[in-house]
Ligand binder design. Structure first.
Ligand code: CO
Length: 137
C-alpha cells in the first residue's frame, strides 16, 4: 500500500494577538517570520515562521464566520489548531480516506490554501482530536 502522508508542512497555532506572537518568534527565537497574509476565503490571517525542517503557521481570525474564532473562544490563550501534511495526489488521498470512513470538512472539494496550493481538512473526531490539513505537494 502506498503511504498517503508526505512531509509535515506546518503546525498551525491559533493566537489571540498575531502581532505579539509574530514578534515573539522573531525576537525571542530569532526565527524568520513572514508578513501577515490575510486569507478571507479561509477566515484567517496567517503569519508563517520558517524552520529548517518545517513551518509554524500562526493563525488569527479574520471576518465574521472564522473557524478560528470559535477555537479561540474555547481556548482564549491560543493553542495548536491543526497539522498540515503534504500529499502527492490530493484527489486520490481524499478518495481513499473517504473510502476508509474519514470525513472531509466542507463540500469535500479542495480549496486553495495559504501557499497557493489545493488543501483539504479532515474531521478532528476521526483523527484523535486533531484537525488535519492535507496539502497538494
Ligand atoms: Co494550515
Amino acid at each position: 500500500m502506498q503511504p498517503i502522508l508526505g512531509e509535515l508542512n506546518h503546525v498551525a497555532i491559533a493566537v489571540p494577538d498575531l502581532e505579539a506572537a509574530a514578534r515573539r518568534y522573531r525576537d525571542i527565537f530569532g526565527a524568520r517570520v513572514s508578513a501577515p497574509l490575510p486569507l478571507p476565503e479561509h477566515g484567517v490571517t496567517t503569519v508563517f515562521v520558517a524552520l529548517p525542517n518545517t513551518k509554524i503557521e500562526l493563525l488569527h481570525p479574520l471576518g465574521e464566520k472564522s473557524p478560528v474564532a470559535s477555537f479561540l473562544a474555547r481556548n482564549p490563550a491560543g493553542g495548536i489548531h491543526h497539522l498540515c501534511y503534504e500529499v502527492a495526489d490530493l484527489g486520490a488521498a481524499r478518495d481513499r480516506l473517504v473510502q476508509e470512513g474519514a470525513r472531509v470538512l466542507g463540500d469535500g472539494e479542495p480549496r486553495i490554501g495559504a501557499h497557493g496550493k489545493p488543501v483539504l481538512f479532515l474531521h478532528p473526531k476521526d483523527f484523535d482530536g486533531t484537525l488535519i490539513e492535507l496539502e497538494q505537494r
